[in-house]
Design a protein around this ligand. Sequence first.
Ligand code: HC0
Ligand code: SF4
Length: 579
Amino acid sequence: NVIVIIDGKEIEALAGTTILEAAKTAGIKIPSLCYMNIPEIGFKNDCASCRICVVEVVGRKNLVPACATPVSPGMIINTNTMEVLEKRRNVLELMLSNHPTDCLICAKNGKCDLQTLAMEFGIRDIRFKGKIFEYRREVSPSIVRDLDKCIMCRRCENMCNNIQKCQVLSAVNRGFKSVVSTAFESDLDKTNCTFCGQCVAVCPVGALYEKDYTWGLIKDIANPRKRVTVQVAPAVRVAIGEEFGYEPGTDVTGKLVTALKKLGFDDVFDTDYAADLTIMEEAAEFKQRLEKYLSGDKSVKLPILTSCCPAWVNFIEHHYPDMLDIPSSAKSPQQMFGAVLKNIWGPARGIKRDEIINVSIMPCLAKKYESSRPEFATDGIPDVDYSISTRELAHLLKQSNIDLRKLDESEFDNPLGYSTGAAVIFGRTGGVIEAATRTLYEWVTNETLEDVDFKAMRGMEGIKISEVKVGDTIVKIGIANGLSAARDILDRVKTGEEFFHAIEIMACKGGCVGGGGQPYHHGNFEKIVKRAEGLQSIDNGKTFRKSHENPYIQSLYEKYLEHPLSSEAHRILHTKYYS
Ligand code: HC0
Ligand code: SF4
């Protein structure tokens, strides 16, 4: 450790830490903008491009950026001299000189770090006049890029290239015209972008944001000829509370259901119901492949890969087109939900496909793209009409004057609103394969699984490996979260370095709880950990914790689908992948 003096206060800091971090641990706030450090996932953005965090180090001629200057023994640092304040103000005004000031209609209004700084600094006039370049605003099914707003903090580029290893974003142009964009400034859907939305999750301004579908669903709810249904993803219920002052991880399911009914949805259903259904199909497929493999059938492909994360599906389609025969063919819960709703639930009630609207509330931006894939539509009508993010729903509730804190709890509508604990944990890394293992175990052994808690499948490490004895076989399971970890584990499989029977992959760190559509975490990974813990306690409290015990799923098979992997199940619940 080293001793430094910051603003006259003696502080003990870890050797090698930056002035910014040392000051933060001592409770001294230095403003920053481009900087972001999330040690739990190995993300550090300290390119010192914005220079808002400059401080004075006694004895040095020039001010230094606190985010990129390590402390050294005896250093005397002043964080708020008049010279420092003047420099920061100049930097901020320069940044604002070519930044659009349409804050009132910006997607980040109220959540923008640049706006907050301008407010805190009391900026009333911008002395420098820069030219605002009119970049093309690019809209993909998931993400909008408004590059006029880019402040070159490089967080998105760092996230995409180093954490997600997708290499989609990099700096282009020079001087005032420099922005972070794609190669040849192509549209995102012409690149290897997976729509994971992690670039959006770290963008401090309004340069990257989700495509908003809220208006479409408002119009549909107002249309009496439409039966407007909603499904809620697992990870939403432990995160949306943050927008209303609850701690991350607080389970607000009951209040959320009441809020959705108040908004005017005709039926409030649960994606978790379809997560149980996904397990029925995926575990059956796993069992089938495992049994063939054990009987010596060399044609069978193992590991089976989970296929419910749409950004991960995009990733394997773009980056590993030669491995498209190993993911499970089971659709994701979002898409199984839409398929059951429009192929079974609607017809059973005499409601036509074009009269039903299904809205999904998702922690994810790739879900928007997934729902727009042509294979998930019949006669041009998609199974899921709109997918909106946790953040969009929070906006909609606020504009409708619905405050979760003031609501009583209510229950999802059935039959499509009932789920087991196995479904709830889908929203955190390791949960899908833990759920599948609970069912696989009982199906293979015909014995009751007494302890459903596969603790080795939990936790936030990038790659986890777990071995489970199922009958006479030790089943080896890999779990990866984050696309860099996905690449590592897939490479091990591809080169034959390591064998797995099954692998779960989630594109975002922590799984869906850390999805690109969740309330902004501002670099605080603890929020994501708390959300995962929140899902775990919901699972712990459920009567049924194995998907095949869901009575509504059992009756769906009895009445309509016969058994998992039946031809009807294949027709509506399975899909294909495309390179
Ligand atoms: Fe997920 Fe899902 S668990 S991907 O993370 O499988 O988005 O929460 O809805 O579909 O269920 C996201 C979350 C889901 C799906 C489920 C899966
Ligand atoms: Fe990269 Fe994901 Fe952003 Fe696409 S959505 S540019 S893959 S970080």
